[in-house]
Write a protein that binds this ligand. Structure first.
Ligand SMILES: *[C@@H]1O[C@H](CO)[C@@H](O)[C@H](O)[C@H]1NC(C)=O
Ligand SMILES: *[C@@H]1O[C@H](CO)[C@@H](O)[C@H](O)[C@H]1NC(C)=O
Length: 325
């Protein structure tokens, strides 16, 4: 089966995300548009219009009721998934680079950019519902010292918030007090993505330092490393019964002239989760891969590129042949 090409964006993709069941895929882009797609056939369910700047990030709650987005227009917005209705707009001082619902959907976090005298933050939001009205109320603002957060997410049972930083470090915070509990420094360059396992007991990071790493979410103990030859923008974990991680990245190198050299940099790379070896690649994008998401059933995955396309790949022997590396 050929990959399904989702053509609903005019500029580079920044994040894609499946809902819990995996029947829907949400995509956001620098073109200010949020799209929702049926993941099995690539038909568009709808769009969410309102942002007036590049959208950096999207998340959907566990019941596929609410969608949260963050944008360079200095807002985080809450939407109703089914109707596309904008429920609430939270104004921020700077761009919102990352959003995530807590495991129980009661809270969310947003990562805000450091700019023009405003420090970068990880802000905890209370999602308040009153009748059919929603508001997002900031209840805790964490300001990392030393290096801004680029990504963040909620650990198991919302006990911790884990953030990845521009200087390559990872920190663990108490979401109630904002206290820093732990910090490690596993990457040499900015962390570009942080995705949890389904049970949130471990997570994977990707970095511009050309590596991806897995950590225990309760201890920040380093468990696995995957080393590549290109700066990485995204890393995603397969479900428990599967032994792969999928990595994507690439750099628009002006001085790389041959097509073969260019092509190799823009493939999704599969690594064996335990043995840490590359086991295959999937081609397709014409530019760097910015974001990868694996379907919760582990039977397909999607990638979003600098080229403006989302590609949905179903794991099917006809085209899915691991190249021996
Ligand atoms: C990197 O950033 C983190 C988080 O802000 C900070 O705790 C740490 O001290 C920084 N490390 C270095 C070596 O600058
Ligand atoms: C291409 O650019 C990269 C990074 O900018 C540099 O490290 C490399 O040496 C350059 N290669 C050539 C052949 O100029």
């Amino acid at each position: 089966m050929r990959p399904i090409l989702l053509q609903g964006h005019t500029r580079s993709l920044t994040q894609i995300k499946y809902n819990r069941e995996g029947d829907l895929l949400f995509s956001v882009s620098k073109d200010n548009v949020v799209n929702a797609w049926f993941s099995h056939n690539g038909e568009r369910l709808g769009t969410y219009n309102g942002h007036v700047g590049a959208i950096w990030t999207v998340d959907v709650d566990s019941t596929t009721t609410l969608l949260l987005t963050g944008s360079a227009d200095n807002t985080a917005r809450l939407w109703e998934v089914q109707t596309g209705k904008l429920l609430y707009t939270l104004e921020t001082k700077t761009a919102v680079k990352r959003v995530q619902f807590s495991e129980d959907d009661a809270l969310a976090l947003i990562v805000t950019e450091e700019r023009m005298g405003h420090p970068g933050t990880v802000t905890v939001l209370d999602i308040v519902k009153d009748g059919d009205k929603y508001t997002l109320e900031p209840i805790n603002v964490i300001i990392p010292e030393g290096s801004k957060a680029t990504v963040a997410g909620w650990g198991y049972l919302n006990k911790y918030i884990i953030s990845g930083h521009e200087n390559g470090s990872i920190s663990m915070w108490d979401p109630k007090t904002g206290e820093k509990l732990k910090s490690v420094h596993p990457h040499d360059e900015p962390i570009t993505d942080l995705q949890f396992s389904v049970d949130r007991t471990y997570f994977i990071t990707s970095s511009k330092d050309k590596s991806a790493k897995i950590f225990d979410a309760n201890t920040l103990n380093h468990l696995k490393s995957y080393t590549t030859d290109t700066p990485l923008n995204s890393a995603s974990l397969t479900p428990k019964f599967q032994e792969f991680v999928v990595l994507g990245g690439g750099q628009e190198a002006m001085n790389v002239t041959t097509t073969s050299q260019r092509a190799g940099k823009f493939e999704c790379r599969f690594y064996h989760k335990i043995f840490e070896e590359e086991v295959g690649r999937v081609k397709g994008h014409f530019g760097p891969i910015n974001t990868i998401a694996i379907h919760p059933d582990g039977k397909s995955f999607s990638s979003g590129g600098e080229d403006g396309y989302v590609r949905v790949h179903h794991f099917d022997e006809d085209y899915y042949k691991f190249k021996h590396v």
